[in-house]
Design a binder for this molecule. Structure first.
Ligand code: HEM
Length: 266
């Protein structure tokens, strides 16, 4: 089968992408399961089951589905809390912007680059990268703006663990945004910054930013008003959900980070 998604060189030529653009684990048919089928009735899953990656696929899909569900519940509960009086207070605006920015958009921006991520699976690599940077920019702007408006509202800043982790998330998100640009144009910037370094630092800063925002959210849930509204049991369940989906989401970038770093030192 003449599939343009196989073979890095042809793929790059078809999409007019720089050589570094194939540096991703996305492939429409990674094990050639579809294109190597001899018989039209043969199931691609037979081959997958044989080499064990079928189970890995199911495992990754299940984890990603779980992450999506937990994100929905956590973001939904935060938005409901913010609107509990019928309209948004300044803290309410802060919460809505931060959770939609960090826990929804930034989380989906990271997930869309993961294998078996669900909704983004059918996208071509070039479109996955577009979706990634669009969601990343939107999420970062909302998260940073949401944090800044609450900081401006306070007379003493960074005096709580919640605010301090929020600050870490803000700083790393800003650096990761700039760094994402050099990663996107790694090929063009290669004279000034080696492509791999740019990508490794982007993954590292982005992962730290996302993890810090998750920790900040957990401390946010511990605020008196929230516990009173949601009850302690629901609050600690939401903290558990946040820890769980944050961990699932950072698995793939962490593996990519270690693989890329190992390749640089080899
Ligand atoms: C990803 C989510 C969140 C991030 C990144 C975040 C970040 C921040 C930041 C940067 C500040 C300002 C700290 C300062 O200037 O000292 C702050 C303050 C505050 N946030 Fe959040 N926040 C998030 C979610 C929440 C949630 C869910 C709640 C409540 C349920 C909340 C309630 C507050 C309150 C009451 C303050 C003022 C007191 C303090 O600084 O601790 N935030 N937040």
């Amino acid at each position: 089968m003449d599939n343009p998604f196989h073979g890095g060189v042809r793929f790059r030529q078809t999409l007019k992408m720089p050589p570094n653009a194939m540096d991703s684990n996305f492939n429409a048919d990674p094990e050639n399961n579809i294109s190597n089928l001899k018989d039209i009735n043969q199931s691609p899953q037979v081959r997958l089951e044989n080499n064990g990656s079928y189970y890995l696929k199911i495992f990754q899909s299940s984890l990603n589905l779980l992450a999506h569900l937990l994100i929905g519940v956590t973001v939904g509960a935060s938005v409901l809390f913010s609107y509990r009086n019928g309209s948004l207070s300044l803290t309410g605006i802060h919460i809505v912007l931060c959770v939609i920015g960090y826990q929804l958009l930034m989380a989906e921006a990271i997930l869309c680059l993961c294998p078996n991520s669900g909704w983004a699976d059918g996208l071509r690599l070039v479109d996955k990268r577009r979706v990634h940077w669009i969601l990343q920019i939107l999420g970062s702007v909302l998260g940073i703006f949401g944090s800044i408006i609450k900081s401006l509202d306070k007379s003493v800043n960074w005096n709580t663990l919640h605010g301090q982790y929020g600050l870490v998330a803000m700083v790393f998100t800003s650096v990761s945004l700039v760094n994402g640009l050099t990663s996107l144009y790694a090929y063009e910037f290669r004279k000034y910054l080696p492509g791999n370094i740019s990508k490794i630092t982007h993954i590292c800063f982005g992962t730290i930013a996302f993890a810090a925002s998750g920790i900040s959210l957990c401390y946010g849930f511990e605020k008196h008003n929230f516990i009173e509204w949601a009850t302690p049991n629901v609050t600690y369940t939401l903290i558990g959900f946040t820890a769980c989906f944050t961990f699932i989401i950072i698995i793939n970038p962490s593996i990519t980070f270690f693989n890329k770093t190992l390749r640089v030192f080899k």
